[in-house]
Design a protein around this ligand. Structure first.
Ligand code: PMP
Length: 420
């Protein structure tokens, strides 16, 4: 048995019933699709249950309208649903209210929002931004480039050979010059779970803020921004059963209050003259223009779905599958697995097979209808440090099974023999 009811969950995901293998120029199920899909690319994007798609359909068929409280009936319904979505997200991550929840396009945009609206104004020569060596490019490139514009220095906390964050090194790097610590919560490449609340303490003792990149943690485990004491915290809807096109930026109310807007335009102003403008209340100050209405409403449905399962159970299922995959793969002595041991990681396994390029491997896995990701997973400097150009990553979610991991392992074995 599993920590979650996989069989009934799978019924909510029609895509998991399709076969793949045929012509990819016509999206959807083609006549020459032959093998049942094994979808193990969840860290890139998760699949979408009927309940979320139905929320989108209900919106477009029932109350599609622009928000911000137009006088007519549909606009009021859409406004309430859109505002409630902010409340639901706040509740889900332990924020105090909708003032602290800004909807963005994705995690990347949330990171850029803070880097531009806060970093450009607050950073300068003599200041430092402290990152980890396992940052996703969303955070690494963003802070690197804002640092270049402002003259601030970027420092990287070491990752140990075992794939853990070196907390002694963190304590050395975070000092009086530090204004921002930005750290990934669960590494999308190594599966490492970073002790972000310890990092938050270090940052706060130095008078710095901490930004937690929660793109891989919010979908897969219970989180509480106040327990972590994160100043900023971001994640993406499409990795947690929601649609693409929506991300969330959480920020402590008093910090967001002080910050300038990131984008200017309609819906984010209180009053405008030809000379000057004033800003709407939080969070609308940061949501210029027509916002992500459909996506926000769908994210609400996705959170309801996950909450029904229970995030503790989601986490237990992830860990169960990750440990199973790790154990199966360690049986091969020509496979190198990156990151911490199988019983101490998030729900993904990144690896390389000796003598086989990750792209060739994933292409053979694709012949077996096993969908994984190969490449640098937007962590190029980390791959440089690991001494490999790319890795293959299998990542699991609530609908995956041990049988699917067995198929993954069989396909890998096939590739080993082909290249032997
Ligand atoms: N951070 C991490 C750890 C991620 O895994 C990802 C997605 N691969 C991102 C940030 C960026 O997310 P998005 O592409 O949705 O902005």
């Amino acid at each position: 048995s599993y920590p979650v009811d996989v069989a009934s969950i799978r019924e909510d995901f029609p895509i998991l019933e399709r076969n793949v293998g045929g012509d990819t120029t016509t999206p959807g199920e083609g006549p020459d699709d032959t093998l049942p899909l094994v979808y193990l690319d969840n860290a890139a994007t998760s699949q979408t249950p009927k309940q979320v798609v139905e929320a989108i359909v209900d919106y477009y068929y029932g109350y599609n309208s622009n928000v911000h409280r137009g006088i007519h009936h549909l606009s009021q319904e859409a406004s309430v649903a859109y505002e409630n979505a902010h409340d639901r997200v706040a509740e889900f991550i332990g924020a105090s209210g909708r003032e602290e929840i800004v909807f963005t396009k994705n995690t990347t945009e949330a990171m850029n929002l803070v880097a531009y609206a806060w970093g450009l104004n607050e950073l300068g020569p003599g200041d430092s931004v402290v990152l980890t060596e396992m940052e996703h490019h969303a955070s690494l490139v963003t802070w690197q480039q804002i640092a270049k514009k402002t003259g601030a220095e970027v420092r990287y906390i070491r990752v140990t050979d075992e794939g853990y964050l070196d907390m002694e090194h963190a304590a050395e790097l975070v000092d009086d010059s530090t204004k921002m610590v930005s750290a990934v919560h669960v590494s999308n490449t190594l599966g490492t779970v970073v002790p972000v609340s310890e990092l938050a303490d270090l940052a706060h003792e130095a008078g710095a803020y901490i930004f937690v990149d929660a793109a891989q943690s919010v979908p897969t485990r219970p989180v509480d921004v106040e327990a972590i004491d994160a100043d900023f915290f971001a994640f993406s809807g499409h990795k947690m059963l929601g649609p693409t096109g929506i991300g969330v930026l959480y920020g402590k109310e008093e910090i967001l209050e002080e910050m300038d807007p990131y984008l200017y335009g309609g819906s984010m102003i209180r009053s405008v003259t030809y000379e000057d403008s004033t800003w709407e209340d939080l969070p609308w100050k940061f949501e210029a223009g027509t916002p992500v209405i459909e996506q926000g409403i769908a994210l609400h449905a996705a959170i309801d779905y996950l909450d029904d399962i229970g995030m503790e159970n989601v986490q237990a299922h992830e860990e169960h599958l990750a440990e199973y995959a790790y154990d199966e793969l360690t049986a091969f002595d020509d496979i190198e697995i990156y990151g911490p041991p199988g019983d101490d990681r998030g729900g993904l396994v990144g690896f390389n097979v000796e003598g086989v390029h990750a792209h060739d491997l994933s292409s053979i896995l694709n012949d077996h209808a096993v969908a994984v990701r190969a490449g640098d997973h937007c962590t190029q400097p980390l791959h440089d440090k690991l001494g490999v150009p790319a890795s293959t990553r299998a990542s699991f979610y609530i609908y995956n099974t041990r049988e699917e991991i067995d198929k993954l392992v069989e396909a890998i074995d096939d590739a080993r023999q082909l290249f032997a």
